[in-house]
Write a protein that binds this ligand. Structure first.
Ligand code: ZN
Length: 335
């Protein structure tokens, strides 16, 4: 990192990250604009600290249209009692707060996709400044990081907790142990199709134990997926020795995304017909979705076929699809 990029972050926390007890406050980022000349973006943060034990960083709203994480984390911030904690829990329920407020994946201010912006810049766009604060101020404090995702408006997933295959096998083993403790219905050994700029990559490159999720989607949440998120956050903290009590283990089924063949992309615009539902078994070559021409009658539908055998782990959510959209993700069942 160049000396120029080491200028201090413009983000000012309104809470002391080191103090004992529970604090609710904001990461305040100055943002001068038409409706607020000396205004700020106010990103909610809670810090719960009891002694000098391990530090967990829990984040949601990395994408602004995914709700299980924010629901679980606003709730945890409200209810977590410092007397139950040994160490520190830093909770940011909505990382890309401008995007969260508009219910969009990316920021309405600069179109920034938080998970493609790391390491960010202290002198960049609003999204870059938030990413830079996480990169240089919050991530270095953490021993373990949980970043909640769901499918957002355009994708829907079977609920899983995930970690990545890593070059450091000891770090990878710690991450998979944390995934197992989260106890989602599915656990995923995850391959990224576009890892550059991800929060995940930033945390992993710092040697942190990093765990993520995909818990549903469609731009909303479900009772079941929110329960999974709440239990998972508590389980992760128990697993890390930060929250008192035993991990509430539930049966989890391990899935793998071994290659780019997991993904099927639409090559036509039109109306998508699911041929397999989420969680359904899929054979290699099977038609998982069809795309129908909506400009005229009489055309044959375009078939989207699975490139490997496994289970349908994700699907395009809206009824209409465009060429280039991710139509389906097939994961391989490991057990
Ligand atoms: Zn996401």
């Amino acid at each position: 990192m160049s000396a120029k990029s080491l200028r201090p972050s413009p983000v000012a926390p309104t809470v002391d990250l080191e103090r004992e007890g529970k604090r609710h406050g904001f990461l305040r980022l100055p943002y001068s604009r038409d409706d607020s000349a000396w205004g700020s973006v106010m990103i909610p943060i809670a810090v719960v600290r009891n002694g000098s034990g391990p530090v967990a960083l829990l984040t949601g709203g990395n994408h602004g249209d995914e709700y299980e994480g924010p629901l679980a984390l606003f709730d945890l911030a409200r209810t977590l009692d410092p007397r139950q904690v040994s160490g520190t829990v830093i909770i940011v329920p909505a990382m890309n707060y401008p995007a969260f407020r508009t219910g969009t994946r990316t920021s309405p201010i600069d179109k920034g996709n938080m998970n493609r912006t790391f390491p960010g810049r202290p002198d960049g766009t609003v999204t870059e400044k938030i990413a830079d604060y996480f990169q240089r101020e919050l991530l270095p404090r953490a021993d373990i990081v949980l970043d909640f995702h769901s499918g957002g408006r355009t994708l829907d997933f079977v609920p899983f907790c995930a970690a990545h295959i890593l070059p450091d096998k000891a770090q990878e083993a710690k991450a998979f142990a944390a995934v197992e403790a989260f106890s989602a219905p599915y656990s995923m050994s995850m391959l990224e199709i576009d890892a550059v700029g991800m929060f995940d990559t930033a945390a992993e490159e710092m040697g942190k134990v990093f765990v993520t999720t995909e818990l549903g989607g469609g731009g909303t949440s479900r009772a079941e997926t929110v329960r999974i998120a709440r239990r998972g956050a508590a389980n992760l903290l128990r697993h890390a020795g930060i929250l008192e009590g035993e991990v509430e283990r539930e049966r989890t089924r391990w899935l793998d995304m071994p290659s780019g063949d997991c993904f099927s992309f639409a090559e036509h615009d039109g109306m998508i017909e699911p041929m397999v539902d989420l969680g359904g078994a899929v054979e290699r070559g099977e038609v998982v979705a069809r795309i129908h021409d909506i400009t005229r009658t009489g055309g044959e539908p375009h078939e989207i076929r699975a490139k490997l055998s496994g289970m349908l782990a994700a699907r395009h959510f809206p009824g209409l699809v465009k060429a280039g959209d991710c139509a389906a993700v097939v994961a391989v069942m490991l057990d």
